[in-house]
Design a binder for this molecule. Structure first.
Ligand SMILES: O=C(O)c1cc(=O)[nH]c(=O)n1[C@@H]1O[C@H](COP(=O)(O)O)[C@@H](O)[C@H]1O
Length: 236
């Protein structure tokens, strides 16, 4: 039997009170919560610790710097004990392999070592956006290129859009953890996301986790919105 795709709710807010409220009202209705740049910069690491207590944490800080700085940054974040954490794949082989080593050193028995995820091409980017940055490849080509590089260098998984899941599974097999944002339930606004799919489409394609923010947190009833997505995933 294949495993159910799991739901991560992205708590994108600069308010600790709001994040604590979501944590208690919907934290247990989803499989994990994600705290990222906005919350961490606004509220600090102690707040990350308290909001994530009792939940599986995806700490999404998308580190991208020279290898030594990224590896040292990850070591400093290790006490937060996230289940998943992110760096940018375009930081290259050495940055990724040093990151993996840093996490292995912080968790010598491996048991609770956070899975190292490499962000391939942001789901807010399309072909024109990539071209602006000097990348002539399509998003699919670039995701595949960076995905192969990142897994070879030691990442446990990748962040990609649902449009690239089949491509990555064909090239890399079932082992890499695929975490998929840019998810929009039928009928919801795409906002700044470009490469989107529904929860059902992403689950059918083989996502291990989907990440959903605004369709839950900006809904009039976040717990109900989260429950509807969980029900959708359970029915795939
Ligand atoms: O690493 C991520 O989680 C991420 C990568 C990516 O390519 N696209 C992306 O949207 N995300 C994150 O996923 C969440 C998506 O939020 P919504 O667009 O509100 O559902 C945000 O917290 C983003 O930071």
């Amino acid at each position: 039997m294949t495993k159910r795709t799991r739901l991560i709710a992205a708590f994108d807010t600069n308010s600790r009170t709001q994040a604590e409220e979501w944590s208690s009202s919907l934290g247990h209705a989803v499989d994990a919560i994600k705290l990222g740049l906005e919350f961490t910069y606004a509220c600090g690491l102690d707040a990350v610790k308290s909001v994530s207590a009792g939940h599986e944490l995806f700490l999404d800080l998308k580190l991208h710097d020279i290898p030594n700085t990224v590896a040292s940054g990850l070591s400093a974040l290790a006490p937060l004990r996230p289940v998943l954490t992110t760096i940018h794949a375009c930081g290259g082989t050495e940055m990724i392999s040093r990151s993996r080593e840093a996490l292995e050193q912080a968790f010598p028995n491996d048991e609770k070592r956070p899975k190292l995820l490499a962000v391939t091409v942001l789901t807010s980017m399309d072909e024109a956006g990539l071209r602006e940055t000097g990348v002539e490849a399509t998003p699919r080509e670039q995701v595949l290129r960076l995905g192969k590089l990142a897994i070879r260098a030691g990442a446990d998984g990748l962040v990609c859009s649902a449009h690239e899941i089949t491509l990555l599974r064909d090239a890399l097999g079932d082992d890499p953890v695929l975490v998929v944002p840019g998810i929009r339930p039928e009928g919801s606004a795409s906002n700044d996301q470009k490469r989107i799919m529904t929860p059902t489409q992403a689950a059918k394609a083989g996502a291990d986790w989907i990440v959903v923010g605004r369709p839950i947190t900006r809904s009039p009833n976040p717990a109900k919105a989260a429950a509807a997505i969980m029900a959708e995933l359970a029915s795939v």
